[in-house]
Design a protein around this ligand. Structure first.
Ligand code: OGA
Ligand code: MN
Length: 357
C-alpha cells in the first residue's frame, strides 16, 4: 500500500505505540479470503499482568509478585498498587454482579440521554431514547421544517430548517432523504458525558453547557471507591464522567487526562462487559508500558504521579473464551434483560469519574 513505509515507521516510533500495535486486533488475511471467516491474529498474552490471578494466589498462600503491594481493608476488596507507579491502584472485582448489571443498563438507557452529550451530538443534535428506538427497529431520518423556520427551540428542533427524528421502518420507506437505523447509531455510540460536559474539540470542560448532576448512586459509589487514593478525611467530589463504549476492534489510543484542575485527585475508572487490555505507560511515550487485563467489575484509580502516565486500551476481547462475561450471561438472562445481554456480549463499557475543580 502506498505510504506504508512511512506509516509503519510512524506507528512504531515509540514504545507505547509498539505495545498498542502488538495487542491491537488484526486479522489473519492469509487464512481466508472469505470475510465472514476472517480470524483474529493470535496474540501473545503471557506478559499481560493479571490482577485476578495475583489476588487468587495471594488469597491462597499470601504471596505477591515483587513489584506489587496490597492494601487490605476489612470492609472492601483488596486494593493493589505497583511499586514503580505511585498513585495507581487496581481493585479486582470491586463491583458486585448486580452493580455491574445496573451500571450496564444505566449506561445504555440513562447516561446517553440529553442534556448529556454523546459522539452523535455533532451530527444529529440531541438524540432521545436511542437504546429503545434501536430495540424497536426505528430509523433516524432528516426532516425539513414545514415553514422553513431555521430554529424553533433551544433544546432540539430545527437547526438550519432541518432536524432528525425517529420513524418506523415502514414510514422510512415512504420518505426521501438521509436516514440511519437506530441500531447502527447504537453500535457507533462511542462516548457519553455525565455531569459537567466535556468539550472534545476544545479539550476542556464547558461549564456553560446545560448538564445534570452525576446520578447520586454513581456519585456515592465513586466516593467510596476513591478512598484508597484520597488523603484521610478528604472526600472525593465527582463532578464529571466520561462513559466509553467499545465494540470489536475499537481502541482508546494512548493519552493523558490533564483537563482537571487538581491531579492529586483520582480518576475512578469502572470496567463493564468484555475483557480488555489496558496499557499503563510512563510519563513519556518512550517508556515501555505495562499491559494488564481489565475485566467486568474491575476498578482502577489513577491519582498523583499516575495521572502523568500515558495510558490506553488497545484491545477488547469479544469471543466467548476471552470475554469472561459468564456471570453477566447468567444475571441478564431474564427476557427483559436480553437486549442488554446482546449488547454487552460484544462490547465493553468504561465509566471514568472525575473531580474537575
Ligand atoms: C479514559 C480512559 C480507560 C478505560 O476514558 O480516559 O482512560 O479503561 N479509559 O477505558
Ligand atoms: Mn484516560
Amino acid at each position: 500500500m502506498y505510504g506504508s513505509e512511512n506509516n509503519r515507521e510512524d506507528s512504531e516510533r515509540t514504545a507505547f505505540r509498539r505495545a498498542e500495535k502488538n495487542y491491537k486486533l488484526y486479522y489473519d488475511t492469509n487464512a481466508s479470503k472469505n470475510k465472514k471467516k476472517k480470524k483474529p491474529k493470535p496474540v501473545d498474552l503471557t506478559e499481560v499482568l493479571d490482577f485476578r490471578s495475583i489476588l487468587e494466589c495471594h488469597d491462597r498462600n499470601g504471596e505477591l509478585p515483587p513489584f506489587v503491594n496490597v492494601i487490605h481493608d476489612k470492609f472492601s476488596s483488596p486494593v493493589f498498587s505497583l511499586q514503580n507507579r505511585p498513585g495507581f491502584y487496581f481493585i479486582p472485582g470491586a463491583l458486585s454482579i448486580e452493580k455491574q448489571c445496573s451500571l450496564i443498563r444505566e449506561s445504555l438507557i440513562d447516561f446517553p440521554q440529553p442534556p448529556n452529550r454523546t459522539n452523535h451530538n455533532a451530527i444529529y443534535g440531541p438524540i432521545h431514547n436511542l437504546f429503545d428506538e434501536a430495540k424497536e427497529g426505528k430509523v433516524l431520518v432528516e426532516e425539513y421544517s414545514p415553514d422553513g423556520s431555521p430554529k424553533l427551540g433551544p433544546d432540539c428542533d430545527y437547526q438550519d430548517g432541518k432536524r432528525w427524528k425517529f420513524v418506523t421502518e415502514k414510514e422510512e420507506l415512504l420518505r426521501k432523504g438521509k436516514s440511519v437505523p437506530a441500531s447502527a447509531l447504537l453500535r457507533k455510540l462511542r462516548w457519553s458525558t455525565l455531569g459537567l460536559q466535556f468539550n472534545w474539540s476544545r479539550r476542556n470542560y464547558d461549564v456553560s453547557l446545560p448538564h445534570n448532576k452525576i446520578p447520586e448512586a454513581l456519585c456515592d459509589l465513586a466516593k467510596e471507591l476513591a478512598k484508597p487514593a484520597m488523603p484521610a478525611g478528604v472526600e472525593f467530589q465527582p463532578e464529571g464522567a466520561i462513559v466509553n463504549y467499545f465494540g470489536l476492534g475499537d481502541t482508546l489510543g494512548g493519552h493523558l487526562d490533564d483537563m482537571e484542575a487538581d491531579w492529586s485527585k483520582p480518576i475512578v475508572s469502572l470496567s463493564l462487559g468484555c475483557k480488555a487490555i489496558f496499557l499503563l505507560g510512563g510519563k513519556t511515550r518512550e517508556d515501555p508500558p505495562l499491559a494488564m487485563f481489565l475485566r467486568s467489575g474491575d476498578v482502577v484509580l489513577m491519582a498523583g504521579e499516575a495521572r502523568e502516565c500515558f495510558h490506553g486500551v488497545p484491545r477488547i476481547f469479544t469471543d466467548e473464551k476471552n470475554a469472561e462475561i459468564d456471570h453477566l450471561q447468567a444475571q441478564l438472562s431474564h427476557e427483559d434483560d436480553l437486549c442488554f445481554l446482546k449488547y454487552i456480549q460484544t462490547s465493553r463499557i468504561n465509566i471514568n469519574i472525575r473531580q474537575v475543580f
